[in-house]
Ligand binder design. Structure first.
Ligand SMILES: Cc1ncc(CO)c(N)n1
Length: 225
């Protein structure tokens, strides 16, 4: 986007408007405790077990997004970006299993917490064919961006992240994942620019819900819900 272009892209506008909520999700006490090295390892293990359950539900959500892109998108490259996301999730599921065994977290015996069940149910509602591609891809961006921002912060200058947690932070905090999130943001902005007021307000409400769920998800790892 050129400097002379004063038009503010939709996602940037929302991040400004909902800055407090976005910051609660991306600078949560749990991830801040990873960054400053004070993290309670039982909280980390709780997060690991719960996030594995979430990721298993996230896969069909991204598959449904692929289907929406195929039917509705005006740009063929969207499909390739989403397919890349699915490939990364395939790797992620294997990583969770390895990481869980490393920390002795019994995944098959992990019971989903209420917040997790609600978040998974919300994902399922977005899989409906009634939900517009623009709304779903914007949600996808928000879900990925929270992890990217949160974990990249754990690796940035001055962080004291314990060695044994660096691989986890790298998984979402690496530059490639940052690029990927940026591409998703561009897709969402491009779609939102062409959307009706109705779709735009649905997408905004969905982003807010995602951010709220993300905060509650981190809360869950502290053992508070
Ligand atoms: C709860 C949650 N949000 C986002 C991501 C990013 O993939 C994840 N793994 N888990």
């Amino acid at each position: 986007m050129e400097e002379s272009n004063k038009e503010i892209l939709m996602i940037q506008k929302w991040l400004n408007q909902h800055n407090e909520l976005y910051t609660s999700a991306t600078r949560h006490p749990f991830t801040l405790s990873i960054r400053d090295g004070s993290v309670d390892l039982s909280a980390f293990k709780r997060w690991l077990g719960q996030d594995y359950i979430f990721v298993r539900a996230f896969v069909p959500f991204v598959a449904s997004l692929l289907l929406k892109a195929w039917k509705e998108s005006d740009d063929d490259s969207d499909i390739e970006v989403i397919l890349g996301g699915i490939a990364a999730l395939n790797d992620e599921v294997s990583w969770f299993k390895r990481e869980a065994s490393k920390w002795s977290v019994p995944l098959s015996a992990t019971v989903p917490q209420k917040t997790n069940l609600e978040y998974c149910r919300f994902l399922e509602s977005l899989m409906s064919p009634e939900v517009d591609y623009t709304v779903a891809v914007t949600a996808f961006w928000a879900i990925e961006a929270v992890y990217q921002e949160s974990y990249a912060h754990c690796l940035s200058d001055g962080s004291k992240t314990p060695e044994e947690l660096k691989e986890t932070c790298q998984r979402w905090g690496n530059d490639g994942f940052g690029q990927y999130c940026h591409t998703l943001q561009n897709i969402a902005n491009r779609r939102l620019e062409k959307s009706s007021e109705d779709i735009i307000s649905k997408a905004e409400a969905t982003v807010i819900r995602v951010l709220e769920y993300e905060v509650e998800f981190w809360n869950m790892s502290r053992g508070e819900t």
